[in-house]
Design a binder for this molecule. Structure first.
Ligand code: ASP
Ligand code: MG
Length: 448
């Protein structure tokens, strides 16, 4: 069972998580994974940056705030003596970074790791259990600090060897999410939202019956209920569908979090931490449903770039140039579409990356005449209709286009991968929410 940051945000919530775990432990063996207390990872990152620019006052601002929140919870849970050494350690580390005036990815990870180390100690106290770090359970990563990748087979083997005997002994184990260590034993973090990944690694290593991702949402839904009032909870979907949905931030899960569970075929349940009557969404290899469409999602704050010009037609290498240029500028391309006339390539990127993308494309393509124009539409939205039932099903696109035409919404670009798991449409930014509602309606996702 993994609990997200908002579920362990203070002592009272930590106690409630411990109650939920205890209730499950009456029937099952449980390993608990926790994120840092809500907001703490962001505070720690800010602290690390400030320290790296030599800011001495962090001791009285950011560090004081982090100290206050953890001391308050520690006092209530009666583990001040375990929390103090970690806070002192953090303070020393930060003082060192301030003195050098330089922050490396490795020292940033060392700072950030305190969030999960502290929340694990607090949760273990409430559960009368034992806190362990990712390193202690055996998660070994490469040395790409900040986005470290677990060495899969080694980690799975070590986790199993380390945890199995403790569990057989009936120990209540609380593991820090998000953390591992390099082969040289240096603490690393596995990417934002990485606690989900920790949970699926542990679940795969222990051959768990289920992996529970508990947070402040009831599960995965047919659409964002803030936009679509009739949105329904999905009771079961496939790994492929949820990975596709994850790309659109349905629940901001770590992008690789589902890989270990999908590979080892271990069901994942996305559910609420405290609304325990709701079973949440079960994610499995195959899911029994006759529905063509499962969920309609919206990606906002994106921009459409159209690289156009006849010079591209029949000229191999243009696409390679476009993507190489963007990769060099560290622009993440979120959607791609090209017509068979080859007269244009359309790309979707985050609005925040647009200036960089535009500059590099204009600089490298127009100058060399590889393309004639770089056109930009700054305020668009991507609507993604996801469902594995679309595969081989005739008329899905017609229904989508019909729904949008009835709602008088213009489509600027379209993409569908050959996996047929989703259809993505680019519309004007303001049309995005309406487009989602129209498709959600057309496929009857709101239920009866
Ligand atoms: N605390 C980390 C983060 O905020 C990891 C996680 O929450 O999963 O990204
Ligand atoms: Mg989190």
């Amino acid at each position: 069972m993994k609990f997200g940051g908002s579920s362990v945000a203070d002592a009272e919530k930590i106690r409630r998580c411990a109650d939920v775990v205890r209730a499950q432990q009456e029937k099952h063996q449980v390993v608990t994974v926790v994120s840092a207390m809500g907001g703490v990872t962001d505070l720690l990152l800010e602290l690390a940056e400030a320290a790296g620019s030599g800011n001495r006052s962090v001791k009285y601002t950011l560090l004081a705030e982090i100290r206050r929140r953890h001391e308050e919870a520690a006092a209530e849970l009666g583990v001040m003596e375990k929390v103090e050494p970690l806070l002192a350690n953090l303070e020393t580390l930060v003082a060192g970074i301030v003195a050098v005036g330089e922050l490396t990815p490795r020292s940033r990870d060392a700072v950030v790791s305190h969030g999960e180390q502290l929340s694990a100690i607090l949760t273990a106290a409430a559960l009368d259990g034992r806190a362990m770090t990712g390193q202690e359970v055996g998660i070994v990563t490469n040395d790409q600090h900040g986005e470290a990748e677990p060495l899969m087979n080694l980690s799975l083997y070590q986790i199993h060897e380390n945890l199995e005997p403790l569990m057989a002994n009936g120990e209540r184990i609380v593991v820090t999410g998000f953390l591992g260590a390099t082969q040289h034993g240096v603490i690393s973090t596995i990417g934002r939202g990485g606690s989900d990944y920790t949970a699926t690694l542990l679940g795969a290593a222990l051959k768990a019956d289920e992996i529970w991702i508990c947070s402040d949402v009831d599960g995965l839904m047919t659409a964002d209920p803030r936009n679509v009032p009739g949105a329904q909870l999905l009771d079961q979907i496939t790994f492929a569908e949820s990975i596709e949905m994850g790309q659109f931030g349905a629940k901001s899960m770590h992008p690789r979090a589902l890989e270990p569970s999908a590979e080892h075929k271990i069901p994942v349940r996305v559910r609420s931490s405290f609304n325990t009557d709701c079973p949440g969404t079960l994610i499995t290899e195959t899911a029994p449903t006759t529905a063509t469409m499962r969920s309609v999602l919206l990606l906002k704050n994106v921009a459409l770039i159209n690289v156009a010009g006849a010079a591209m037609v029949g000229r191999p290498g243009t696409a390679a140039k476009v993507f190489a240029a963007l990769a060099e500028a560290e622009v993440n391309v979120q959607m791609i579409s090209q017509t068979v006339s080859e007269a244009g390539i359309s790309l979707v990127v985050a609005e925040s990356q647009l200036p960089r993308a535009r500059a590099v494309l204009e600089g490298q393509l127009l100058r060399t005449n590889a393309a004639k124009r770089v056109e930009v539409d700054e305020h668009v939205a991507v609507v993604a209709a996801v469902g594995s039932g679309m595969r081989g099903s005739v008329g899905v696109a017609a229904r989508i286009f019909g729904a949008l035409s009835d709602a008088s919404i213009n489509i600027e670009a379209i993409a569908q991968g050959s996996s047929e798991l989703s259809v993505c449409l680019v519309v004007k930014g303001d049309d995005g929410p309406g487009a989602v509602r129209a498709i959600h309606d057309a496929f009857g996702l709101g239920g009866a």
